[in-house]
Design a binder for this molecule. Structure first.
Ligand code: NAD
Ligand code: SER
Length: 308
């Protein structure tokens, strides 16, 4: 059985569907803090900090693989650093202990937030000193270290990707710094106007969710002998400024984008502009399918359909 924690979030919403498609609906258990209504999957309500309940779910269901997505993202983490540390670090420790006890395979995502402002911001390499400035980034570095420890000391098969900002239409994100890129699409369609919380020159690495889900499954399917890294693969597909995104959306929708940077600008300023993902490409054959043009066509088509 496969368990997905944080299953109601931006990635979980789509990963559960993809895993159901690949393994069959009855093989997937979704889990999150709150119980959803009309959810088409076996569901277990669980706070990742509740050790006992988390272990019970794993034991009772014979879980052998966990996709651990429960987390607090960057902008929410700056507002609530204690919660961010607890969920992202203590929560992960619970997941790792259970993975060790039941010899599970584990997918645990990291983020471009592990990088600080002192690394090369263009084509940021896989191996650089990690010195993030945000609470979230620090918890993600700690997460990579814990995963490495469990891989090396306890022989647990743990894999993970440093996702760029993810763009999707099935679930509107909240609590992240890269959320502006998703919100811009939603508001362009729904309101004809978007107030963007970073300035027009802000350029960050981004990826369409379909590519991110495909990468996740591809990494988990890769033979372990081919992997030179485990919980921390750099991954890349596109980088663009907020203005370039607004212009791309404007070629489909008549909308006005106003730039009013807030505290999230300071977070964005410390992150890479683009990522070098040559190890993901050579170790497990990663190749993105979506660029900004193809992604925008997909986003606009689907959001228009949902708003009809
Ligand atoms: P999200 O915020 O959309 O979803 C996270 C989910 O975790 C939410 O449904 C939330 O209810 C749940 N959660 C929070 N606290 C919990 C707790 N105590 N117990 C159980 N569940 C809890 O996040 P996401 O975008 O789906 O991200 C998933 C993972 O991917 C995270 O580790 C995140 O750091 C990483 N990531 C995401 C992005 C992105 O752009 N979405 C980029 C880089 C890395
Ligand atoms: N998209 C995420 C965020 O902005 C990056 O990890 O928090």
């Amino acid at each position: 059985m496969i368990l997905v924690t944080g299953a109601l979030g931006q990635i979980g919403t789509e990963l559960v569907l993809a895993l159901q498609e690949k393994h069959g609906k009855d093989k997937i258990i979704a889990s999150d803090l709150k119980e959803p209504e009309n959810y088409d999957c076996k569901f277990e309500k669980c706070d990742i900090l509740d050790n006992e309940n988390y272990e019970r779910i794993n034991k009772e269901n014979g879980v052998d693989t966990v996709y651990h997505l429960a987390a607090i993202l960057s902008a929410a983490g700056e507002k609530n650093p204690d919660l961010c540390y607890d969920v992202n670090v203590k929560g992960l420790e619970n997941v790792l202990k259970v993975a060790k006890k039941y010899n599970q395979r584990l997918f645990c995502p990291s983020s471009i937030a592990v990088f600080g402002p002192d690394v090369p911001r263009e084509n940021t390499p896989q191996n650089v000193e990690l010195n993030p400035k945000t609470v979230y980034g620090k918890t993600k570095v700690k997460g990579e270290e814990l995963c490495d420890l469990y891989f090396n000391e306890h022989n647990i098969d743990i894999r993970g990707i440093r996702y760029p900002g993810l763009i999707s239409w099935k679930h509107k994100p909240s609590g992240g710094t890269t959320d502006y890129a998703v919100e811009m699409y939603f508001d362009a369609i729904e309101k004809g106007e978007y107030v963007c919380f970073v300035n027009e020159d802000t350029r960050l690495p981004m990826m369409f969710m379909d590519d991110a889900i495909r990468a996740t499954i591809q990494l988990m399917d890769a033979p372990i002998e081919s992997l030179n890294y485990h919980s921390n693969y750099n991954l890349s597909s596109m980088s663009f400024s907020a203005k370039e995104l607004a212009d791309e959306i404007s070629s489909h929708v008549d909308f006005n984008c106003i730039y009013k940077p807030d505290y999230r600008q300071d977070i964005a300023n410390t992150w890479p502009i683009s990522i070098d993902d040559k190890d993901a490409r050579s170790d497990w054959g990663w190749e993105p399918k979506f660029d900004i043009t193809k992604m925008t066509e997909e986003m606009i088509t689907n959001l228009r359909r949902l708003n009809e």
